[in-house]
Design a protein around this ligand. Structure first.
Ligand code: NDP
Ligand code: 2IT
Length: 445
């Protein structure tokens, strides 16, 4: 890493002890930014990097609620409002027992660059809670969401901060959160949250957008090698919102998706995952992947194993951070991997990314490849602001144009900085320069 940036990195790491995921995200970005600072010494002089790594505001709050047996439960809520140079803070809420400040900050930090790459007027933020929704009734989830919003409402707003979903937060949770916001504020402020239901201010394509966008981005990478999804053997990790829609889109483009997973194990379905059945099990019944196997023949289930043991020509990690390590990457490469598109945020460890890049595998980092979700959230905000609703076809075309645009911006930035095909470099520099320019123009913020 560039020596000038090393000093800044060391300060940032020391200022934020015990936040391993945040450190990882910061170091990965810093490793790309040396050449930018050669061209733009004004960024160093104005301490843009130091400012970027310090969130504008961090909110941590108590979330008390009662479970179905009447017992009081306490969780911790977070919202990190990281950077508003390009627009209101924008980013999802994650409900998962692993959530702590270091996870929220890594996600918020990534979101700054991702949102800049979309070309939409959105800043970066992220939030969530260590609440575990698994096994909880709808009534418990509702009471939790109402309590969470009872604090969060004072910090958000359509021009301030616009949360959405992430792990453990989907249409059901956004509904409960929106209802409580409306009740407290007495405002039908549609643009305060995205991922809403279609009859109350949501956008068509938002549920599909992250998974679809990841596949569209990966298709663009494949095209640079004269290839496409058609005929590829694809493995997807996860079986939630992003994974299911990535599977659907990859298969629509002619690929066979032969495996997917949840945190308990993975399924191998050589005939290609039946997306209709998967949606029924996961989205309608809120069941486990194991239930998919019980209803389909010729399918195997591996308890507790790694889905990355299954050979693939295209890998789409769509579950969680650091789920694909260097050993898994090396095995995939040995067995003929061509491309990786990250649907999740930071699913590949730094070792895994190095293995992919050294082997010449096309590698689309999450902040570029999964930006379709937040981009379509920005389209939802646009529809809310104009009190309009667009057709599926129109919205999907906008998403496609945005993803192709992000791909091309990453590729041309990598070319410009002398590293053709390095999408990590392209995404980091492309996102950074946009935010840095805006911060410089806005004075000492
Ligand atoms: P969901 O909650 O819908 O699904 C998450 C999936 O990942 C589930 O299959 C879950 O399995 C699995 N998973 C979660 N945590 C772990 C873990 N620690 N170990 C193994 N598997 C795990 O979330 P999404 O699909 O929305 O999010 C998936 C990823 O995509 C996340 O990284 C998220 O940040 C990212 N993302 C999401 C966007 C969105 O619009 N929703 C936008 C951009 C990125 P189980 O059910 O067993 O926990
Ligand atoms: O990681 C992400 O980009 C998201 N979870 C989506 C954020 C959003 O505001 O739609």
């Amino acid at each position: 890493m560039d020596a000038r940036l090393e000093a800044v990195r060391d300060t940032v790491l020391a200022r934020n002890p015990g936040e391993a995921e945040f450190h990882q995200a910061v170091v990965e970005v810093f490793e790309s930014l040396g050449p930018v600072h050669d061209r733009h010494p004004e960024f160093l002089e104005a301490a843009i990097l130091e400012r970027l790594c310090e969130p504008e505001r961090q909110i941590i709050f108590r979330v008390p609620w009662t479970d179905d047996s009447g017992r009081v439960q306490i969780n911790r809520g977070f919202r990190v409002e990281f950077n508003s140079a390009l627009g209101p803070y924008k980013g999802g809420l994650r409900f998962h027992p692993s959530v702590y400040l270091g996870i929220v900050k890594f996600l918020g930090f990534e979101q700054i660059f991702k949102n800049a790459l979309t070309g939409m007027p959105i800043g970066g933020g992220k939030g969530g809670s260590d609440f575990d929704p698994s096994g909880r009734s709808d009534a418990e989830v509702m009471r939790f969401c109402q309590s969470f919003m009872t604090e969060l409402y004072r910090h958000i707003g359509e021009y301030t901060d616009v949360p959405a979903g992430d792990i453990g937060v989907g249409g059901r949770e956004i509904g409960y959160l929106f209802g409580q916001y409306k009740r407290i504020t007495n405002r039908y402020e549609s643009g305060v949250l995205t991922g809403k239901g279609i009859s109350w201010g949501g956008s068509l394509v938002r549920p599909e957008a992250t998974g679809f966008g990841t596949v569209i981005f990966t298709e663009e990478m494949l095209k640079t090698r004269g290839s496409s999804f058609d005929g590829q053997r694809v493995v997807v990790s996860g079986s939630g919102n992003v994974a299911i829609n990535a599977i659907a889109k990859a298969q629509a483009l002619g690929a066979a998706v032969v495996a997917c997973s949840d945190s308990s194990g993975y399924v191998v379905d050589e005939a290609g995952i039946d997306v209709g059945l998967l949606r029924q099990v996961k989205e309608v019944e809120r069941g486990r992947l194991k239930d998919y196997v019980l209803r389909r023949s010729g399918v195997s289930y591996v308890e507790a194993g790694s889905v990355w043991d299954v050979d693939a020509t295209v890998a789409l990690p769509c579950a969680t951070q650091n789920e694909l390590d260097g050993g898994a990457a090396a095995r995939l490469v040995r067995n003929g991997l061509l491309a990786v598109g990250e649907g999740a945020n930071m699913p590949s460890t730094r070792e895994a990314v190095a293995v992919f890049q050294e082997a010449g595998v096309l590698f689309g980092p999450g902040k570029a490849a999964n930006a379709g979700g937040v981009a379509t959230s920005a389209l939802e905000m646009q529809q809310n602001a104009s009190r309009d609703s667009w057709s599926f076809e129109h919205t999907e075309q906008r998403l496609t144009d945005i993803m192709v645009g992000i791909h091309d911006r990453c590729a041309s930035t990598a070319d410009e900085y002398g590293e053709p095909g390095n999408y990590v470099l392209g995404a980091n520099i492309g996102g950074f320069v946009k935010v840095a320019d805006a911060m410089l123009a806005q004075g000492l913020i």
